[in-house]
Each structure stands twice: as structure tokens, then as C-alpha cells.
Design a protein around this ligand. Structure first.
Ligand code: PBG
Length: 335
């Protein structure tokens, strides 16, 4: 169709490159692939156990046997790695979080079984004490409830070493204690785990988007309206994120994580441009829950919005995304 029109003509027609599918494909700048995705999973004791998480529709807590089936499925879809989060009973929680580094603990067994059943799938473990403390804070507290940095770090080092010994490929400290990356790296080196990678949650904000996760791991009751503002970062800050990431890299982190994700894409972009290191972002539980709520109401189109939300991370400069949508997205990308 050509409709004649006598000027004035636009000096530039950006729509020209959008006018045909082949041209749109040629000039497309970013692409999402299953290889960009990390799948977070919640592991429970028992066998054949599968519990829904009400605030996270589609997410289930699974016992190790069922987790292995999921791992096979994820690997078949081209997802490179799992991030493992434990759901432990109240009887495993204490003030000193000693269950965090038990050699035969739930996470340690899950790592070993995953690595033996699906060896090619990367296993990333969370280093933080919140699943194991009676108060739900990520560390060990004093009488005033303040998380004591260096005492907590000693426990995190034991937790990380126990994960490395169980066969974890990547340990991911998400606790925000000062100096913990250096301390963990030092111990891993000394104990011969020279190729165990560290993915540092270097810029982790004191966000209100973590609520559904705390339901999933059963720490919301314990934390009872408390917050983590004395160690997680102020959402108002971004210079501080650069500083935190630079410190963690200098201390021996191989990769860094920005968390939450979508509300913090400016931070992802800034870190990637400033530091040029492998940078990941975590589309957290609250982001997932918002999407699911809108999908369930028919307010947003599930498949298209899922993929658009993840592509945004790539455009911002992330090398990959940790997302509860990983399996769904990988299926869509393959199909
Ligand atoms: C705890 C941890 C949290 C998340 C991952 N690891 C919660 C918190 O800091 O309270 C949140 C992830 C999510 O919301 O999906 N170390």
C-alpha cells in the first residue's frame, strides 16, 4: 500500500525498522534464553512431600526426591542452575543456628543427592542463618536484638564450608554481614575448595518485597514485624550498592547479585557499567506474587508479561536472572 502524501516528511522514520518481522528480528538487541535463568527451589524433609506456598501460586516446597525430578526437568529445559532454600522445622531453629552447618543437615543432603542424580546442573546454596534462627534474623543477635557481625560471619563460614564439602558448586551469601566474603573465600581456599564459586548478594536491600519468601521458608512468624535494616541496604541508596559490590569482588566474590530485581534495574545497570563483573539480579517473591495476582485476575497476559519482565533484566545489563518463573519461562522459550 502506498498512500501519497506531500511533505513535510519526517527527517527520520524509526518505524521503518519495525515495519517487517525480519527487520525487527535483525535489529533486536537483547535475547532471553533458558541459559540466563536460575531456578530457586524450597526443600523440605521427608519423601513424596509437596506443599503449596499460598502467597506464591505455582511454587511448591518439595522433599529431596521430588526436587530431583524437578532438577531433571529443569536441566532438560536448558536451565543451568538451581538455588536451594531450606524449610526446616522449629526444632531445627536455635539462637546459635547450629543446624545451618550440620554435615547431615537438610541442605547438605539435598546438595549431595542433587549432584549425584543430576551432576550437570549447577547447585547454588544460600548462605544466611534466617531459616535456622528462632527470631528469623539472618545472624546471631545480642540482648538488644542487634545482629552481631563477626560472630555471625564465623557461623556463615562454617555453613559455607559444609555446603562446599557436600558438593555445592556455588555458595551465595545473602546475609549482608561485613567481611564475610573474604572470610568464606579464605576458608574455602585453605580447605582445598578452590573452584567453589561465590555469588555474593552484594547489593541486597531491606526490601518489603520479600514477604512471600518468608512465608515459604516459615520465617515470617518468627520475625514478627521486625526488619533487617541494620544490615540490608536502604532502598534510597545506589552509591552504596557500588561500594558494596566492589568490596565483595575485592574480597573474592566471582559473581554478584542485586536484589530485589525489577524495582532496582537502575542499580543493575549502574553496577554492570561501573564494575564489569558477572552480575545477576533476583526477581524476588513479592515481584512474582504481584505478577501471579494480576494473571489470576486476568489483568495481565501471563506468557507475554512473564517473558517481558525477564527480558528487562537482560536489557538492564544482567548476565542472568534468579526467578521463580524460570521453569515457565524456559518452557515458553523452548516452545
Ligand atoms: C534470606 C533471604 C531472603 C530472600 C532470599 N534469601 C529473605 C530476607 O532477606 O528476608 C528473599 C527472596 C525472595 O523474596 O524471593 N537470607
Amino acid at each position: 500500500m502506498s498512500v501519497s502524501h506531500r511533505g513535510p516528511f519526517p527527517a527520520s522514520r524509526p518505524r521503518r525498522l519495525r515495519s517487517k518481522a525480519f527487520a525487527r528480528a535483525l535489529v533486536s538487541e537483547n535475547r532471553l534464553s533458558p541459559a540466563d535463568l536460575i531456578y530457586p527451589v524450597f526443600v523440605l524433609e521427608g519423601s513424596g512431600e509437596c506443599e503449596a506456598v499460598p502467597s506464591m501460586p505455582g511454587v511448591e516446597r518439595l522433599s529431596i526426591d521430588l526436587l530431583i525430578a524437578k532438577a531433571r526437568e529443569a536441566q532438560g529445559l536448558g536451565i543451568p542452575a538451581f538455588a536451594l532454600f531450606p524449610v526446616v522445622g522449629q526444632n531445627q531453629k536455635s539462637l546459635d543456628a547450629a543446624a545451618a552447618y550440620a554435615p547431615d543437615g537438610l541442605v547438605q543432603r539435598a546438595i549431595a543427592e542433587l549432584k549425584s542424580a543430576v551432576p550437570e546442573l549447577g547447585v547454588i546454596t544460600d548462605i544466611a542463618l534466617d531459616p535456622y534462627t528462632t527470631h528469623g534474623q539472618d545472624g546471631i543477635i545480642d540482648e538488644a536484638g542487634y545482629v552481631i557481625n563477626d560472630v555471625t560471619t564465623d557461623t556463615l563460614v562454617r555453613q559455607a564450608l559444609s555446603h562446599a564439602e557436600a558438593g555445592a558448586d556455588v555458595v551465595a551469601p545473602s546475609d549482608m554481614m561485613d567481611g564475610r566474603i573474604g572470610a568464606i573465600r579464605d576458608t574455602l581456599e585453605r580447605e582445598g575448595h578452590i573452584n567453589t564459586m561465590i555469588l555474593a548478594y552484594a547489593a541486597k536491600y531491606a526490601s518489603s518485597y520479600y514477604g512471600p519468601f518468608r512465608d515459604a521458608v516459615g520465617s515470617s512468624e518468627n520475625i514478627k514485624g521486625g526488619d533487617k535494616k541494620t544490615y540490608q541496604m536502604d532502598p534510597a541508596n545506589s552509591d552504596e550498592a557500588v561500594h558494596e559490590c566492589a568490596l565483595d569482588i575485592a574480597e573474592g566474590a566471582d559473581m554478584i547479585m542485586i536484589k530485589p530485581g525489577m524495582p532496582y534495574l537502575d542499580v543493575v545497570r549502574r553496577i554492570k557499567e561501573t564494575l564489569q563483573v558477572p552480575t545477576f539480579a533476583y526477581q524476588v517473591s513479592g515481584e512474582y506474587a504481584m505478577h501471579q495476582a494480576a494473571f489470576a485476575n486476568g489483568w495481565l497476559e501471563r506468557d507475554a508479561v512473564t517473558l517481558e519482565s525477564l527480558l528487562a533484566f537482560k536489557r538492564a545489563g544482567a548476565d542472568g536472572v534468579l526467578t521463580y518463573f524460570a521453569l515457565d519461562a524456559a518452557r515458553l522459550l523452548q516452545g
